[in-house]
Design a protein around this ligand. Structure first.
Ligand code: C2O
Length: 542
């Protein structure tokens, strides 16, 4: 196994997109930031130097961080932010994960521009479980604001309204040839006739589920969230923010230029969204007219939920897996939006949500509030009181028709920093129940520090008697982000074998901003191998 040492300098850099230049927060002057390449079993040492005027932290999305929670990165959860002028070194080892993950800032909305890929190849000397591709291309789907994204979220937090939608989707930071001024900002992906490329697709967008397609080509899905899947063929992918999908594509069409395209899957009806399409170009080698108009990709309709369902149901583990069956914690979490009444005495300009409210979001009616003077992990490790409580409810306080016509009285979540405690080694099942409070929407729910099996998903209200017998306990997919269907539910299972404080949240940044999050506190087990490592000496304190 190798040791990879990197330095990430976070700083403002002028970036021009859509005809305008913005001073953009980048890593090493790159937008998006560098993509790191490692092998399973390798160790990463990344020194992050903050030369920007914002607080920053870096999260290694999907890396299990076994016993190394201090390197996980969410601000005020596993560390205090790296202040301007300061630095922090993240150290962790990749253990048993192969495929594509990514890294991103985990502070305010900085991840809009501070992100990059993390490619994990098999252990040195091991082969892929599929024919070796001739070429590999990471494709990071993102969003670009013709504004400073931090200003966008600050304004939304002040007004209580929904933030402005982005001005373009991007592939590796390039909007593509369908946008104004972007003919030169179009990524070219070369391919040789007859050969196969491995596309490592990441949804790094802030607030948007995305469909992904390549004109006239089939895609063979081989991995998702750095776990292999039973290969299957499809013409379209759907990725929620945070999710990754690795696909093989073979150049078996007439030599030409073909669009690689992504556009919104907007499950929420009536919500404002950007219905444009970002493109890159799959270009056959030696194709004689390199300026020819690319063959267009025919994208699914923005609300094509059946296509999404067909795609997610095709994801299976490659073989029989060991799903925990003796469950110690059977949890039922509602996930969804809410609206808070305007606080007494507040000005109208601070209550610009629907009918003079403020937007909120919650799990089990609790809007998660980050502490500001300590990180949760530090408070736990030092036994500090008053930073959090451990009474996060195992189910919502009231039962209601979650996906039906929800009464106004249930729109108002309470705020709190509540954790749910797990003992080392306990088996957990969480039913993630979407709600139609304010509006039903697809929620990509991400758990830090773990991969989980998604044993079932469905529409409407979860019904244990009807739905439990249908769980897939044979070959469910393993992921770190579950896309909870719009107006439906998903069930995940994992074993709490990684001590620390682990955030679980909706990966739509606007929803985490509104509180759609909670955290698990997992105790140490017995002996060194079940115990969190001591904090690094340079851990930022508040
Ligand atoms: Cu990729 Cu807490 O997030």
């Amino acid at each position: 196994a190798k040791l990879h040492t990197h330095q990430f300098v976070v700083e403002a850099t002028p970036v021009k997109r859509l005809c305008k230049t913005h001073n953009t927060i980048t890593v090493n002057g790159m937008y998006p930031g560098p993509t790191l390449e490692v092998n399973n079993g390798d160790t990463l040492v990344v020194k992050v130097i903050n030369r920007a005027r914002y607080n920053v932290t870096i999260h290694w999305h999907g890396v299990r961080q076994m016993r190394s929670a201090w390197a996980d990165g969410p601000e005020f959860v596993t560390q205090c932010p790296i202040r301007a002028g300061k630095s922090y070194t993240y150290r962790f080892t990749i253990q048993g994960q192969e495929g594509t993950l990514w890294w991103h800032a985990h502070s305010s909305w900085l991840r809009a521009t501070v992100y990059g890929g993390l490619i994990i190849r098999p252990k040195q000397g091991d082969a892929y479980p599929f024919p070796k591709p001739h070429r590999e291309t990471p494709l990071l789907l993102g969003e670009w604001w013709d504004a400073n994204p931090i200003d966008v979220v600050r304004e939304a937090s002040r007004s209580g309204a929904a933030p402005n939608v982005s001005d373009a989707y991007t592939i590796n930071g390039q909007p593509g040839d369908l946008y104004n001024c972007s003919a030169k900002h179009t990524l070219i992906v070369p391919i040789n006739p007859g050969q196969t490329n491995l596309l490592r697709v990441v949804n790094s967008a802030l607030n948007q589920e995305l469909f992904f397609k390549v004109a006239n080509h089939k895609l063979t899905v081989v991995a998702a969230d750095a776990s292999y899947v039973k290969p299957f063929s499809t013409s379209v992918l759907m990725l929620g923010p945070g999710q990754t999908t690795d696909v093989l594509i073979t150049a078996n069409q007439p030599p030409n230029r073909y669009h690689i395209a992504a556009r919104a899957y907007a499950s929420a009806q009536g919500a404002p969204f950007d219905n444009t399409t970002t493109t890159a170009i799959l270009q056959y080698h030696n194709f004689s007219s390199p300026s020819a108009k690319p063959v267009a990709a025919l994208m699914p309709a923005f609300n094509d939920t059946p296509t999404v369902t067909a795609f997610t149901r095709s994801l299976r583990s490659p073989r029989r897996v060991e799903v925990p069956t003796k469950i110690d914690h059977n949890l039922f979490f509602t996930v969804g939006l809410g609206l808070n009444n305007c606080p007494r005495g507040a000005r109208a300009r601070n209550c610009q949500g629907p009918n003079g409210t403020r937007f909120a979001a919650s799990m089990n009616n609790v809007s998660f509030v980050l502490p500001s003077n300590f990180s949760l992990l530090q408070a736990h490790q030092q036994g500090l009181r008053g930073v959090f409580t451990t009474d996060f409810p195992a189910r919502p306080p009231t039962q209601f028709d979650y996906t039906g016509n929800v009464s106004r009285s249930l729109w108002q979540p309470m705020r709190g920093t509540r954790l749910y405690k797990l003992k080392y080694g306990e088996a957990v099942q969480v039913v993630l129940q979407g709600t139609s409070i304010f509006t039903a929407e697809n929620h990509p729910i991400h758990l830090h520090g773990y991969d989980f099996y998604i044993v079932a998903e469905g529409f409407g209200n979860f019904n244990p008697t009807r739905d439990t017998p249908k769980f897939n306990l044979v070959d469910p997919p393993m992921r770190n982000t579950a896309s909870v269907p719009v107006g439906g539910w998903a069930v995940i299972r994992f074993v709490a074998d990684n001590p620390g404080v682990w955030l679980m949240h909706c990966h739509l940044d606007v929803h985490i901003t509104w509180g759609l999050a909670m955290a698990f506190l997992v105790d140490n087990g017995v002996g060194e191998l079940q115990t969190l490592q001591p904090p690094p000496p340079d851990l930022p304190l508040c």
